[in-house]
Design a binder for this molecule. Sequence first.
Ligand code: SF4
Length: 450
Amino acid sequence: PKTPKGICGADADTLVARNLLRAVAAGSGCYIHIVENTALNLRAIGESGGPIKSPAALDRLAAHLGVSGTGLHEKAVNVANAVLSDLYLPRYETMRLTEKMAYAPRYALWDKLGILPGGAKSEVFDGVVKSSTNLNSDPVDMLMHCLTLGISTGLYGLTMTNLLNDVMLGQPVIRSAAVGFKTIDPRYINIMITGHQHSCFTDLQERLVAPDAVRRAKAAGAEGFRLVGCTCVGQDLQLRGEHYQEVFTGHAGNNFTSEAVLATGAIDMVVSEFNCTLPGLEPIADKLKIKMICIDDVSKKANAEYARYSYQDREAVTEKVVSEAIASYRARRGDVKMNIPADHGNDDTLTGVSELSLKEFLGGAWKPLVDLIASGTIKGVVGVVGCSSMVSGGHDVLTVDLVKELIARDIIVLSAGCSSGGLENCGLMSPSAAGLAGPSLRAVCEKLGI
Ligand code: SF4
């Protein structure tokens, strides 16, 4: 900088903390939006007596949160209400479920530091206020606010969303799955989904394989409908893919790969509900006559038709998707060139890993894994999580190289988000990746057949 302070007197620490807080508040807003919609969907399912895919997940979550109810549906409503009422609290009231969701010693520390979150939406709101021009100029206060937002985002936006999805969509089961472009079958009407809100697809994924919908697809010349996964919602479907084997072809790729997925010509429709629905999809969709439908306007694309999803309106939204997908298939097939790289991806990506499924896989206890780490056979576990990026050599290059390096040093890698999309398409989540691991990790993988 040419001067030590801005014209208003703000120093560099204030400017940096203000920008960081604004970015963190925006990110928190995104994930709180997701958990809010997820809880609203669960409440609507409970109130209408709709399908609860995993009663066991509901019982476990309700017991954990200290929520009761007569019967499954009432329990679902009460769990959803407990989450929603926390999200809607004012900032000066601490959210009640945080303590039940957090690791106890850490909760005590947060309490001591005074960073326990009040209502999650209010925390985002005041984060935006604080970081506006000439409001807060205390960098430490703004950084502490970032930590508070991190707690509400992690525990509610991420962990709670997954636990609620387990109830509505089924619990993850460890299995082998197909990934990459090879999962796209041109004989079907293919709908690519992008976003983060799996619970907005509960109705669609059941209806697309219903006999009357398949009959309509066949009348148009296709074999039926298929959902092609992209971005985080594709990962979610992959995670719970055990329950959706017929409708879900597999996870084709991550955020930036979605452009190339459209470019294969075999996708007839994009249904988006959140990020990352790249603006770069728009011109490709226009050129290849791909219908775009957006079901949550936070991810509205300029050329997408908006059909707002709510559980109450699910049948109308599903019917819109089905009829428009058929119309799109009829209009574009034969007219648009197809090019699906058949050798892209693999059929043996290990997926379905959750805290519960992993523990089951280990024989019902963490001890085998802890023993391997304690003895030094495995050096540790590293999380390579989050979005993919284009820096350091190109798309996914950084994460793929990093993971190769880590496993070569006998370190287990846990991945999530779009990082997984790149890693799995490059074969790093297949049993054959054991060949790239250090001798100790390789021996463990080969013994377990993973
Ligand atoms: S992991 Fe990141 S890049 Fe991928 S869909 Fe989620 S937010 Fe977007």
